[in-house]
Design a protein around this ligand. Structure first.
Ligand SMILES: *Cc1c(COP(=O)(O)O)cnc(C)c1O
Length: 403
């Protein structure tokens, strides 16, 4: 038996930042014959999903649901409040801000990007300057990514609301929580977020396929001023359906709904705050291990200040070509898949092979994180990549203390 056949004799572990690990209970809930979409269990169950989603987002607002991925959520949100010719401000701390900005451009928006680099969060003062300079209040919305999954920077969304209010600016605050919802602390209403978008395949632990747009009264009011909104993206019937098919503008994602129902049961049984805490402890364990590894050799956490790090994803530098070599080694030999570096270097640049990411969002516990870290250390060791000692002990101590 060749060495790398070991990997087929145990569970594979997909530790990429989305899609995340799917709980067995979610898979089992989805494994069933097709349900009736006109009456009965599916219809009743969907009505219970809406309030439970709102509780995860911490909002008393509304939610519109779509069959789609995160990109669909981006377009859905924009299509309801941004008309061709409207101006939006996009603070960028990584790849995904540019993605949302592109979506806005495609809808005809004028897009101002403020780039804060790949290692630091949004500088709120510069947002204040931009809003102050916009004397005629042309900026209709700020499109802010809460956790940029490429850099693993977490931005302070509530500070954005404070600066918008301090400047007396009417711009809508829109947040991308695709990576962060159900992982990092997020309070839609308390933080004054008008529109929040997410998908089902990261913190919500369901296979990719559903997108959600949450909105408050101010956003609903902005929607009424739109000259036209494409029927498919219109959030009005989806958030206020008179008939079941209106939730989805057509056939519902039947099996995904069973999966989501179970995922929401799991999330609320644990408690949203306990879910945040679990992610924080596990992320601290990862950072503690990285601090030890980086005491020798080249490994480095992308985000220096802990306060600016997501607890759902960690972006790391190892140096080319070792980032790719490590990913390939752990996948081939031990059944562990790490995330590629994204947005840190262009894919055709040799430096691209120096970056990788860890996904630790959703259905993760202590032994999985210890396995992830142990697997990385095995890879570093097998490839003769220099690293500092004590990482696994340090991580174990964090987990012991936190649980
Ligand atoms: C994953 C992700 C997206 C894109 O979602 P898709 O489902 O791949 O379309 C957008 N923004 C953030 C922050 C993400 O993490």
């Amino acid at each position: 038996m060749s060495k790398n056949q070991f990997k087929n004799h145990g569970r594979q572990y997909l530790a990429i930042p989305g899609p995340s690990v799917i709980p067995e209970a979610v898979l089992q809930a989805m494994h069933r014959p097709a349900p009736n979409i006109y009456a009965g269990e599916l219809v009743e169950m969907t009505a219970t999903i809406v309030p439970d989603l709102l509780r995860v987002a911490r909002t008393n607002g509304k939610v519109a649901m779509y069959i789609g991925n995160g990109h669909a959520a981006w377009e859905a949100a924009l299509a309801n409040v941004i008309a061709s010719g409207d101006r939006v401000l996009v603070p960028a701390t990584g790849h995904f801000a540019y993605g949302w900005a592109e979506m806005a451009k495609g809808l005809g928006a004028k897009v101002d990007i403020l780039d804060f680099g790949k290692r630091n969060p949004i500088d709120i003062n510069r947002i204040g300057d931009a809003l102050r300079a916009d004397k005629s209040h042309e900026i209709k919305a700020i499109l802010a990514v809460h956790v940029d999954t490429s850099t693993s920077i977490r931005n302070d969304i509530s500070a954005l609301r404070s600066v918008i209010d301090a400047e007396g600016h009417p711009a809508l605050l829109m947040a991308d929580c695709i990576a962060s919802l159900g992982c990092d602390v997020f309070e839609m209403d308390a933080w004054g977020v008008d529109i929040m978008v997410t998908g089902c395949q990261k913190g919500l632990m369901v296979p990719p396929g559903m997108a959600f747009v949450f909105f408050n009264d101010k956003a609903a009011e902005a929607r009424t001023k739109m000259l036209r909104v494409s029927r498919y993206w219109d959030w009005v019937p989806r958030a206020n359906p008179e008939e079941f098919f209106m939730y989805w503008n057509g056939t519902a994602p039947t099996h995904h709904l069973y999966g989501l129902r179970t995922a929401l049961d799991m999330l609320h049984a644990e408690g949203v705050e306990a879910v945040w805490k679990r992610h924080a402890v596990l992320a601290s364990a990862i950072w503690a291990a990285c601090d030890c590894w980086s005491s020798e050799g080249t490994l480095a956490l992308n985000v220096v200040d802990e306060a600016n790090r997501s607890v759902a994803v960690t972006s790391l530098f190892l140096g080319a070509p070792n980032g790719t070599a490590l990913r390939e080694w752990v996948e081939k030999n031990i059944g562990l898949t790490l995330g590629i570096g994204l947005g840190m270097a262009q894919p055709d640049d040799p430096d691209w092979h120096g970056y990788f990411r860890l996904g630790h969002m959703g259905h993760v516990n202590g032994h999985m994180i210890m396995g992830l870290l142990g697997g990385i250390e095995a890879g570093l060791s097998a490839l003769d990549i220099a690293y500092g000692e004590g990482a696994l002990n340090a991580a174990a101590r964090v987990i012991a203390k936190g649980s």
